[in-house]
Design a protein around this ligand. Structure first.
Ligand SMILES: Nc1ncnc2c1ncn2[C@@H]1O[C@H](COP(=O)(O)OP(=O)(O)OP(=O)(O)O)[C@@H](O)[C@H]1O
Length: 235
C-alpha cells in the first residue's frame, strides 16, 4: 500500500485583526501519498496559501492536526518547525527570491551548506536544464530561468516534499510549461511529493490529484485517470 506522507485532519485557521476575525480555513482534511503530485485550485482568498504554509511549517493551525511522516507538527516549537522545514520541505513561490549578487550556482550552493544530505549544486542545476547558465547572475536570466534556479535551490537538499505557491503565476504560458516540466521531472525521478497552487485550472491535468478550495474548505477532490504532460497544457 502507498505510504501516506501528509495527513491533515480538521485544520482550521483564524486570523484576528482587532475585533475582526477571518476564517481562512474551516476544517480541512487532506492526505498526500509519497510521490503524489497534487494541484490545489480555488478562488482568491479560499485558503490555499494558508494551508500550504501550515503544511510547510511556516504557519500554525488554530485547531486540527498536521502530520508529515512521523512528525506531528501541531505541537512543535518554533525551533522544531524550523528544523522540520530545513530537513523535509522545499518551497517554490511565485517570485523567485534569488539573491541578486550571487550567481545561479551560488544561490543554490548556499542551501547545501546547511542541509544534511544535499546533492551537488551543479547536479540540481543540471536537473532543471541550466547547467550551462551556472555562472550567470539572476539579472542575466529570464523569469522562467530564474524560477528554474529557484526550483534547483528547493530540491538541492533532497526534500521529501515540494510546496509550490503559484510557481507559474508570473510567467507566460510557454515559459510556465517549461517550469511545470521541471516539476514533473523532479516528481518522477526523485519521487518528491508535491502540492502546487495555481489559478490556471488547465494545470489540473498534470496532477495525480486535484483539490478545489472554496471558503476555507476543500469543496471537491478528484483523481486524474490520465495525466497530461505539461506540453499538452496551455492557458
Ligand atoms: N496574515 C493574515 N492576516 C489576516 N488575514 C489573513 C492573513 N493571511 C491570510 N488571511 C486571510 O485568509 C483568507 C485565506 O487567504 P489565503 O491567502 O490562504 O487564500 P488563497 O486561496 O491562497 O488566495 P490567493 O489565491 O489570492 O493567494 C483570506 O481571506 C485572507 O485575507
Amino acid at each position: 500500500m502507498a505510504e501516506v506522507l501528509f495527513q491533515v485532519d480538521g485544520v482550521t485557521k483564524t486570523y484576528r485583526t482587532g475585533d475582526v476575525e477571518v476564517w481562512a480555513l474551516r476544517g480541512v482534511d487532506l492526505s498526500l501519498e509519497r510521490g503524489e503530485m497534487a494541484v490545489l485550485l480555488g478562488p482568491s482568498g479560499s485558503g490555499k496559501s494558508t494551508l500550504l504554509n501550515i503544511m510547510g511549517g511556516l504557519d500554525r493551525a488554530t485547531a486540527g492536526s498536521v502530520r508529515c511522516a512521523d512528525h506531528e507538527l501541531t505541537g512543535f516549537s518554533e525551533r522544531q518547525l524550523t528544523q522540520f522545514r530545513r530537513d523535509h520541505i522545499g518551497f517554490v513561490f511565485q517570485f523567485y527570491n534569488l539573491i541578486p549578487s550571487l550567481t545561479a550556482y551560488e544561490n543554490v550552493a548556499l542551501v547545501t551548506e546547511i542541509a544534511s544530505n544535499p546533492m551537488d549544486a551543479g547536479e540540481a542545476l543540471d536537473m532543471v536544464g541550466l547547467k550551462d547558465r551556472m555562472d550567470h547572475f539572476p539579472a542575466q536570466l529570464s523569469g522562467g530561468e530564474q524560477q528554474r534556479v529557484a526550483i534547483a535551490r528547493a530540491i538541492v537538499k533532497r526534500p521529501d516534499v515540494l510546496l509550490c505557491d503559484e510557481p507559474t503565476g508570473a510567467l507566460d504560458s510557454k515559459t510556465g510549461v517549461l517550469v511545470l516540466d521541471v516539476l514533473c521531472r523532479v516528481n518522477a525521478e526523485f519521487n518528491t511529493t508535491m502540492a502546487i497552487i495555481t489559478h490556471n485550472a488547465a494545470i489540473r491535468q498534470i496532477a495525480h490529484r486535484v483539490f478545489s478550495f472554496r471558503d476555507g474548505r476543500i469543496e471537491e477532490s478528484s483523481t486524474n485517470a490520465v495525466r497530461l504532460p505539461p506540453s499538452a497544457v496551455s492557458w
